[in-house]
Design a protein around this ligand. Structure first.
Ligand SMILES: Nc1ncnc2c1ncn2[C@@H]1O[C@H](COP(=O)(O)OP(=O)(O)O)[C@@H](O)[C@H]1O
Ligand SMILES: [Mg+2]
Length: 374
């Protein structure tokens, strides 16, 4: 897919921005704090309805303004889509797809897909399981709108159940209503677990090959989905049954603690190199390489699942990569439309060989510098 147009109004430090893209490599160059990441963030928000930097829409709206708009025009194999995301300070965000209002945010999913790669992604390895669940959830939501619905539903039910657990502490007779919530939690949760497990199965195969290539065969990368619900077959019925059983077994403890202690909101995906957990035993270099492998794998996985490569958004990562890894990334250009932010394009000379557009970003403005084509 190709992003052809991006329009921003009152988005972060952009009053009004209108950009057209006609090539596969787009560079945003500029000093710090000028608005480079803001552009990539707006593209990402157009894909998922959410910023990769903050869950609070308020922060995306220009200070002192009530509303912000992100509009994109996307070219896909299936045709052209126009997406508008309207963020409001005092209201829920609204989404329009091809000029018709979407009744649910989930309708946005799948129209525009992207993989974002920024220095922050090291969190994927370094931090706790919540970060890795978010990674799986973002990826799966983009390619499977149903996953996004189930996830929303699961979180709602989980919230209800947790509140109920606390109420039961004061009024034990309420425990009679718990099984109805358990069933709903197990129903939605088993689908989420099943999909994450399938995701891990596919990603594992792709990532192993890529990591092998990146490390010249010296490291074997492996991925494992660690669930708090034990299951053997990845059949929905089995996971659901196991889920219910876990909830029943833990009921007393859950009530005492006033919180649901097990379920897919506690699961994790673990990365191993040569058999050891990268998070615990990996060197700084291995952690970086693992993230890079995972990012490449996301591209391939999305293509496998949707038939098209997503957009690739590279925020400030080029200068951190060594030459051979830069080359691997650049190999994708032509197949994958790539948006790169950097301070100085001259630092990466090989970029110049490709047909590209450069925008100079300065204080919330984007000036087209040159359009090299040959
Ligand atoms: N809601 C907002 N309204 C106006 N300006 C904002 C808002 N959020 C961030 N900014 C400004 O955006 C700039 C940072 O943009 P960013 O894209 O992160 O910079 P960089 O070019 O370093 O990637 C800062 O100058 C910051 O003050
Ligand atoms: Mg930045």
């Amino acid at each position: 897919m190709r992003l052809r147009e991006l329009v921003l109004k009152n988005y972060r430090n952009y009053n009004e921005l209108e950009l057209s893209f006609h090539s596969d490599l787009i560079l945003f160059a500029g000093l710090n704090a000028q608005g480079k990441t803001n552009i990539l963030e707006s593209i990402f928000t157009s894909c998922t309805g959410r910023s990769h930097r903050t869950p609070r829409d308020r922060e995306l709206i220009q200070w002192g303004k009530e509303e912000a708009l992100i509009r994109t025009r996307v070219e896909k194999q299936a045709g052209i889509s126009e997406i508008a995301v309207l963020l409001a300070a005092r209201d829920k965000k609204k989404v329009m797809i091809n000029q018709s209002p979407a009744s649910r945010l989930g309708e946005l999913m799948g129209h525009l897909n992207s993989v974002m790669f920024s220095p922050d992604d090291l969190k994927l390895i370094r931090e706790g399981p919540a970060e890795r669940r978010r990674f799986m959830d973002m990826e799966l939501s983009q390619i499977r709108p149903q996953y996004f619905y189930y996830l929303q539903q699961y979180n709602r039910v989980l919230n209800h159940r947790n509140n109920l657990l606390k109420s039961i502490q004061v009024k034990p007779s309420l425990a009679a209503t718990l099984p109805a919530w358990d069933v709903q939690l197990a129903q939605t949760g088993s689908y989420i677990i099943q999909q994450r497990k399938l995701f891990q199965d596919s990603l594992r195969i792709i990532a192993q090959e890529i990591h092998h290539r990146i490390t010249n065969g010296t490291e074997k990368l492996d991925l494992e989905y660690k669930s708090s619900i034990p299951f053997q077959t990845n059949q929905l019925e089995e996971i659901q049954q196991q889920f219910l059983q876990v909830l029943e077994e833990r009921q007393k403890e859950d009530i005492e603690r006033g919180i649901t202690g097990k379920g897919c909101h506690r699961d994790d995906i673990v990365f191993h190199i040569n058999g050891a957990d990268v998070r615990v035993f990996g060197s700084q270099g291995q952690k970086r390489t693992t993230v890079l492998s995972i990012k490449f794998s996301e591209l391939e996985y999305m293509r496998q699942e949707t038939g098209e490569y997503p957009l690739l958004l590279l925020d400030d990562v080029m200068s951190e990569l060594d030459y051979s890894r830069q080359q691997m990334l650049l190999e994708y250009i032509g197949k994958v439309q790539t948006f790169i932010t950097l301070t100085d394009p001259d630092l990466i000379p090989d970029l110049k060989h490709k047909k590209m557009q450069i925008f100079k970003i300065h204080s919330g403005t984007a000036l087209p510098l040159e359009s090299l084509s040959f």
